[in-house]
Design a protein around this ligand. Structure first.
Ligand code: NAP
Length: 470
């Protein structure tokens, strides 16, 4: 998503000498990798689109993953991006030597660049849990982001581990086909109800003929997300958070009939502490006659299924691990070396950080899109990346104009940013006592801890005094 965006915006700004390296044989990033049944984006489709490429053909308010993948493929084709992608070409090493970046590529070739933009994503490397005996399982086991479509689900006994946004989308899809589905829940989730109406032909015609209607939907959704969500998460005392919590509680009370099941599904932490899950049908799915919720912890996997701590063996044919991602990898496993051979792995030894989520001292002319400390959560990462690339291009233009040759955050600015964001993180809802992928190893939320409005402001113009230029 952000690589395609970057190419389009580079060209728009008059930079035409660029290449996109893609390790896979197809574009699409998260939408290429995640093909699990039920996959959709829980950001409204008219918001989860490039601002310059609205799509009148979205089928639903929250459209399915395959449609999103097709959208990115179409945009890349229409904007002439596809021919600039070097597929099946992984960047393995990237080193700043003699004032330029030297890239080593998996096909054995190399390249040289003045600027590098890492559009490598966040939720990228599957986290496969270290469950004893997993290798011994006689059925098929796979991670949600590595769905094996050759494995039939019809009439099978399926185990699903996890209750994050992925699992919550998977469960309603697989209870429709599996003979029996067991959901292994380590932590209950707050679920916000949403409706997902389909757009009909007349609406799609209106969108095509009156793009301003789509723009209106987009603006309204963006404002609602910012005011009613993004801006309130960073203030754990916000009364709006209580309203969100009340909505989630009512959803649980109103939609789960059995009191025992209801209590098992009731989280013991505040709503939005973990990434909020939106679902129109999770509670229906877990109450389906062929679904079962298991809250006993998993002791081990055996050839026949999963053994829980109470000694019960849950017989399974298929085991799906919707267990999330290694969120601290970012651009890695690419090896990055900045000025004087400074290794990114070393710079990040106590966790990934980047000034304004984009720049690291000693890595001149190297910028991240959706990098560490950026706004993540229930918001459109497209919008985030659009603002980031506009910011980066302002710096790139100054390099092109000869104002300076090299630019990266100064050590002082990066340290100050890190101090301030760590301090601000204490006030966020993410720090109120739950386990989530927003937290680093010290338990500090890593996401942008200020309002989204502040992010928008910061992204307008780089503060040049925070950069070291040469
Ligand atoms: P996740 O939110 O990290 O959830 C992982 C789940 O697996 C959690 O329920 C976790 O339990 C459980 N788990 C992990 N290891 C386990 C173990 N060893 N034993 C038992 N349970 C284990 O991952 P995700 O669901 O893939 O979602 C990741 C992020 O992707 C989301 O937060 C969201 O940002 C994004 N996403 C977005 C959409 C969308 O529609 N926009 C859809 C899917 C995903 P604990 O809670 O106890 O840790």
């Amino acid at each position: 998503m952000s690589g395609i965006l970057c190419a389009i915006q580079l060209r728009e700004a008059g930079f035409d000498d660029f290449a996109i390296y893609e390790k896979a044989d197809r574009l699409g990033g998260t939408w290429r990798e995640n093909t699990y049944p039920g996959i959709a984006c829980d950001v409204p489709s008219h918001l989860y689109s490039y601002s310059f490429a609205p799509n009148p053909d979205w089928s639903h308010r929250f459209s399915p993953g395959a449609e999103i993948q097709a959208y990115f493929e179409r945009v890349a084709r229409e904007y002439g991006v596809e021919e600039r992608i070097r597929f099946e070409t992984e960047v393995t090493r990237c080193a700043f030597e003699d004032g330029r970046w030297h890239l080593e590529l998996s096909d054995g070739t190399s390249d040289v660049a003045d600027f590098v933009i890492a559009a490598t994503g966040v939720l990228h490397h599957p986290k496969v849990p270290d469950l004893p005996g997993l290798e011994s399982f006689a059925g098929a086991a796979f991670h949600s982001a590595r769905w094996d479509h050759d494995v039939p689900l019809e009439g099978r006994r399926i185990g699903l581990v996890g209750t994050g946004s992925s699992a919550v989308q998977i469960l309603p899809a697989i209870v429709q086909v599996g003979e029996a589905v067991t959901l292994f829940q380590r932590t209950a989730q707050w679920i916000t109800p949403v409706e997902n109406p389909a757009y009909d032909d007349a609406e799609r015609r209106t969108f095509r003929e009156h793009p301003e209607v789509m723009a209106g939907i987009r603006a309204e959704a963006a404002r609602a997300f910012v005011d009613g969500f993004a801006n309130v998460l960073v203030d754990a005392t916000s009364p709006v958070l209580q309203l969100i919590q009340d909505t989630c509680v009512a959803n649980l009370e109103d939609h789960v009939a059995d009191p025992v099941l209801r209590e098992k599904l009731r989280p013991d932490y505040r709503a939005t502490c973990k990434r909020l899950v939106l679902s129109p049908n999770f509670y229906d799915a877990i109450q389906a006659p062929n679904a079962r919720l298991v809250t006993e912890s998993i002791e081990r996997v055996e050839p026949a299924g999963v053994r829980t701590a109470d000694g019960e063996l849950h017989g399974l044919d298929v085991l799906v691990l919707a267990t999330g991602f290694q969120v601290d990898a970012f651009v890695r496993p690419m090896r990055v070396f900045g000025r004087g051979g400074a290794a990114l792995d070393e710079i990040w030894k106590s966790g990934p950080t980047a000034y304004m989520a984009m720049s690291v001292p000693d890595l001149p002319n190297f910028f991240f899109l959706n990098g560490p400390n950026g706004p993540v959560g229930n918001f459109s990462l497209i919008d985030v990346a659009e603002r980031q690339i506009a910011y980066i291009l302002q710096l790139a233009a100054r390099v092109r104009d000869g104002e300076f040759r090299e630019v990266c955050a100064s050590s002082e600015a990066a340290a100050r940013f890190d101090r301030e964001r760590t301090e601000a993180a204490r006030n966020t809802i993410w720090a109120t006592g739950c386990r989530s992928w927003y937290l680093d190893e010290q338990g500090i939320p890593t996401a942008w801890p200020w309002s989204f409005d502040r992010f928008i402001e910061e992204m307008r113009t780089p503060r040049l005094e925070d950069y070291e230029t040469r």
